[in-house]
Ligand binder design. Structure first.
Ligand SMILES: Nc1ncnc2c1ncn2[C@@H]1O[C@H](COP(=O)(O)OP(=O)(O)O)[C@@H](O)[C@H]1O
Ligand SMILES: [Mg+2]
Length: 247
């Protein structure tokens, strides 16, 4: 087995749902501290890849390395350790509707750590401030705007101080103001050294935050490189994406 490239590496990833072969042979890597933007049309399998990186799905074959460790054969208990290191910011935030913002943020801490209640409170209030949400702790998700819900989702994912962050369409449906806010948070977390993968159709956000792009097309990574590399791609559909004309 060769040495994995960087913080995340996906090798020969294959996955079908019923008779539908979604991933034929997906290969890519993300170096420590880098942000990779994973782009591609609707239904090509971007979310399935992100979910697989924290063991919520398993490929039919292939390998996934997180910080040098192969995870596809891991048990739930081992995967829980991976999930402390790798945060998944779900499409739409995936907040618990019956819990306040405070309880939503407390949940991962109580699940994984043994902090005192005052420590939990300190951490939550600090986090809400960092994500521009002071004073929102007693609100329920239904009382929040879409932009705030996404920021709470991001704040909750960061409660575990992960090394890796997976963003699934974090700006989808947001107005320009909230889109910029999310970009700022992604850049701030990147400055802290976090490795990340950003799945998005929002090309201005991709250009603003990512170091590299990988283009998923027909079950394979059709192109992988810096924005400059991808701009040289002759593939019509890739050019359309880069130009923001496809989604
Ligand atoms: N749990 C599942 N059961 C059946 N099919 C699924 C499941 N999850 C994903 N798929 C299929 O896999 C394909 C890729 O899904 P997804 O990763 O959500 O696409 P993307 O995020 O790129 O839009 C879709 O065509 C979808 O129909
Ligand atoms: Mg998706």
């Amino acid at each position: 087995m060769s040495t994995p490239m960087g913080m995340i590496e996906v090798k020969n990833f294959k996955k079908s749902f019923g008779s539908r072969l979604v991933h034929k042979d997906v290969n890519f890597y993300v170096r420590k501290g880098e942000c990779l933007c994973l782009i591609g049309g609707s239904g090509v399998g971007k979310s399935v890849i992100l979910r697989s990186l924290i063991g919520l799905e398993k490929p039919d074959s292939g390998e996934i390395f997180i910080d040098g460790v192969e995870i596809t054969e891991m048990h739930e208990r081992q995967l829980n350790e991976i999930r402390k290191k790798v945060a998944y910011v779900f499409q739409g935030g995936a907040l618990f509707d019956s819990m306040t913002v405070y309880e939503n943020l407390a949940y991962p801490l109580r699940e994984h750590f043994n902090f005192s209640e005052s420590e939990v409170k300190d951490r939550i209030l600090t986090q809400l401030n960092e994500f521009g949400l002071p004073g929102s702790e007693h609100l329920y998700p239904s009382n929040l705007s879409g932009g705030m819900q996404k920021r709470v989702g991001l704040a909750r994912a960061m409660m575990m101080s992960p090394d890796v962050v997976l963003y699934d369409e974090p700006t989808a449906g947001l107005d320009p103001y909230n889109t910029i806010k999310i970009q700022e948070h992604i850049l701030r977390l990147k400055k802290q050294g976090k490795t990340s993968i950003l799945v998005t159709h929002d090309m201005p956000t991709a250009f603003a935050v990512c170091d590299k792009m990988a283009f998923l097309l027909d079950g394979r990574i059709a192109a992988h490189g810096t924005i400059k590399d991808l701009e040289k791609e002759q593939h019509g559909i890739i050019q359309k994406f880069i130009a923001g004309e496809a989604s």
